[in-house]
Design a protein around this ligand. Structure first.
Ligand code: ACO
Length: 329
């Protein structure tokens, strides 16, 4: 089938009310410093879900903004795909709760588990459903409440992550606009490098597990870093090849926002100057599946993405999973 099939018709994002700066870690007993976090990651602050906020509420708030921008009402949605690693409940999927909150009465809804690559994977699943004629209008959300599954005693991870949601409405392509190329991969042999080893059905929660924190995120940072740089470079190459474009044809690169050093290495490999790279990791931290759709919505509203522009998205996450898409707006 010939691309483009699916185009981005509207975007939105939502973050929790509470902002936690690097300086705030001292007051919660985490031995770290603003200097260490900024130098190693580029992060200065992140948003943390509080009372009354949930993955469902953040996702629904982002979705309402995206639907308004797209001129789409909830009953018009055929499918809702929610990329997340931090669902409100393990059963049922949070996507069905979002469906109920929106009143998307006709939609099929499901969660997609690909960690930080959740939105890039979700966009490709949505495009496939549209190509097969199974859907005309699809809502793809990337959202996380990682603050609730992070080990707040582990400074190696707790300073990195933030909460938030980004939403995108896909409609059938017109005027050559839409997804021009797509790529996705995974490597499960490296699953242990970034994981929650307990809390699933293999090792259900016990008091001992709660005590040792193995139901929370653990990460071997250096190994993850090396793989992220390698895989995101491959994803850029593959997306450009697929679209038969070169870096000079790309108006903006929106990479997963995990660490400024990974973003810079990815841009360098792709041959993109930093002025053409969207960065907001300083303000949100690593929001995993939410990071790219939040960045896209900000970039759209700031006028950095306009009709006629070509944007490359590239993601990497636990699994490992990685992928990319090139989109004409
Ligand atoms: N504050 C102060 N010191 C710290 C902190 C902290 N928050 N965290 C670690 N340190 C210390 C370590 O203990 C270590 O000290 P030591 O040398 O005395 O043992 C030292 O800092 C260096 O630690 P490294 O882990 O080697 O630091 P590195 O430069 O690799 O940076 C980081 C760590 C930021 C985690 C980096 O490895 C990274 O960004 N990795 C990739 C993370 C990522 O991209 N994840 C994406 C996927 S996320 C997802 O899928 C959900």
């Amino acid at each position: 089938m010939k691309r483009p099939i699916a185009m981005i018709a509207g975007t939105g994002h939502a973050v929790p009310r509470k902002c936690l700066t690097n300086h705030d870690f001292a007051s919660i007993g985490v031995e770290t410093s603003d200097e260490w976090i900024v130098e190693r990651t580029g992060i200065r602050q992140r948003y943390i879900a509080g009372d009354g906020e949930s993955l469902t509420s953040l996702s629904a708030d982002a979705a309402r903004i995206a639907m308004k921008a797209a001129g789409v009402t909830a009953p018009e949605l055929d499918v809702i795909i929610l990329g997340t690693a931090s669902p409100d409940r393990l059963l049922p999927a949070t996507a069905v709760e979002v469906q109920a909150a929106l009143g998307a009465t006709r939609a099929a809804a499901f969660d997609l588990s690909a960690a930080c690559s959740g939105w890039v994977y979700g966009m490709q699943v949505a495009e496939g459903l549209m190509a097969m004629g199974n859907a005309e209008t699809v809502l793809v959300i990337g959202a996380e409440t990682l603050s609730r599954i992070v080990n707040w005693k582990d400074r190696n991870t707790c300073v990195l992550f933030g909460d938030g949601a980004g939403a995108t409405v896909l409609k059938r392509s017109t005027k050559g606009r839409g997804i021009l190329s797509a790529f996705m991969r995974s490597d499960g042999t490296l699953a242990d490098l970034l994981q929650r080893s307990a809390g699933g059905s293999l090792r259900p929660v016990t008091p001992e597990i709660i005590e040792d924190g193995s139901n929370c995120i653990s990460m071997q940072g250096r190994e993850v870093f090396k793989n992220a740089v390698r895989s995101m470079a491959e994803a850029c190459d593959r997306a450009l090849d697929g679209a038969k474009l070169s870096a000079a044809d790309i108006d903006l690169l929106i990479p997963h926002q995990a660490n400024i050093r990974i973003i810079e290495a990815t841009a360098k490999h792709a041959g993109m100057p930093l002025e053409k790279v969207y960065v907001n990791v300083d303000r949100y931290g690593n929001t995993s599946a939410a990071s790219i759709p939040i960045a896209l919505d900000e970039a759209m509203r700031a006028g950095r993405v306009k009709e006629g522009m070509t944007v490359m998205f590239v993601a990497f996450g636990a699994g490992f999973t990685w992928g990319s898409i090139v989109v004409k707006f």
